[in-house]
Design a protein around this ligand. Structure first.
Ligand code: DAH
Length: 373
């Protein structure tokens, strides 16, 4: 039964003490059943309300109603009760506050959940995987090598002799303060993935068929089609009797797998120190289909600069001078032959998806990246 303030008939010290003790015990019991903010408010009002709260009633019934001689004692007891009740309510408020902030910090079950988007391949990785898997299906395996490379692997063993003008074409970021080292030991950021051809041939005897994806650096200021850091994929096949026909057939197949079976390929003579003969491979523009024009209004096709052809990579037959550097591992240029190729994989993505700024790949803007997820 709910507690009601008893009227006193006995105002003896003992009776007042008993009544006060009982009242405080009741208040303490009631505070234990406060579960919510609404409970707390009801509890507080029941005891503290000016108008008819229990403390007011006690004041009226026990103090005001006390005979003169008992007033002092009644005053002390009523005061005891007031202090004790204030204390109990204070504690109950404290506990409520702590509980509600603890629960609010942990989980607010009234809020909708946070949706965590599933990540997707970055375009750079996506293209790399696409290209690599085309060659894996042809029996190629994947090799990798260091980004910080020596002059020997990046140039010398690829038949760029010291001071050869072909080095100028690759604006090379060298590590500073190496003037005292022999040139071939000087460190640089590799300018192409070709050094991994040598590193792999040092480790694996022929026959080999490998693709080498990786990051390369050139001292090029960033703009819509250049970046000081970009990605390449290299290829190398060495065996007895590999011919230029194998090179053409392999790359023609790869281009059709990448850009669609209707593309045509076209090889133009070129120069690279590590291949002889060398060529650049062009594919018919997969945007305009080779016509150089787009749409019904015959707008000029930008990716192929209206030529109908797009250059996608450099390639050639491995120069016998390159095999000389790895001759001791089974690469006798009189016995083996091979072909190599290298392409800028960012560029291939750029062309395929008609992205007009290479920088978008490296800025990490999710609005751009999401389009390819
Ligand atoms: N390494 C060359 C470059 O970065 C690309 C290249 C051309 C690689 C011909 C090759 C190749 O393997 O045979 O410009």
């Amino acid at each position: 039964m709910a507690y009601t303030v008893p009227k006193l008939t006995d105002y003896s010290a003992a009776a007042l003490e008993r009544a006060a003790g009982e009242c405080i015990a009741v208040c303490s019991r009631e505070s234990a059943s406060v579960r919510s903010d609404a409970d707390l408010k009801a509890f507080r009002d029941r005891w503290m309300a000016r108008k008819n709260g229990i403390l007011t009633q006690i004041n009226d019934l026990w103090l005001k109603g006390a005979p003169k001689e008992a007033k002092r004692e009644a005053g002390i007891r009523v005061n005891d009760v007031k202090m004790a009740v204030a204390d109990i309510i204070d504690k109950a408020e404290h506990i409520r506050l702590e509980l509600s902030t603890a629960i609010g910090d942990a989980v607010d079950i009234s809020l909708p959940g946070v949706r965590r988007p599933i990540g997707a391949e970055h375009p750079v990785v996506k293209t790399r995987n696409e290209i690599v898997s085309v060659f894996e299906r042809l029996g190629y395996s994947v090799a990798e090598g260091p980004v910080v490379e020596t002059d020997y692997y990046n140039f010398e063993a690829l038949n760029f002799p010291p001071n050869h003008p072909a080095r100028d074409a690759q604006d090379t970021p060298f590590i500073a303060g190496q003037q005292l080292k022999p040139q071939r030991e000087r460190l640089l950021l590799r300018t192409h993935t070709s050094p991994v051809q040598i590193r792999t041939m040092e480790k694996m005897r022929p026959p080999i068929r490998i693709v080498i994806p990786g990051t390369v650096h050139r001292n090029d200021p960033p703009d819509a089609s250049h970046s000081p850091m970009f990605h390449q994929i290299e290829g190398l096949a060495v065996d007895t009797n590999i011919t230029f026909g194998d090179l053409k057939g392999t790359l023609d197949h790869a281009m059709k797998a990448l850009f669609g079976s209707s593309v045509k390929t076209h090889f133009r003579p070129s120069f690279f120190p590590f291949t002889e003969p060398s060529a650049e491979l062009y594919v018919t523009c997969f945007i305009c289909g080779g016509s150089g024009k787009r749409g019904t209004d015959n707008a000029p096709c930008r990716p192929c600069k209206q030529t109908g052809w797009i250059e996608v990579l450099g390639c050639g037959m491995v120069d016998p001078n390159v095999f000389e550097f790895v001759k001791d591992n089974g690469y006798d240029p009189k016995k083996v032959s091979g072909f190599a190729f290298g392409m800028g994989s960012d560029l291939i993505f750029l062309l395929k998806y008609e992205v007009d700024d290479l920088q978008l790949f490296f800025q990490g803007d999710v609005r751009f990246l999401q389009q390819f997820s």
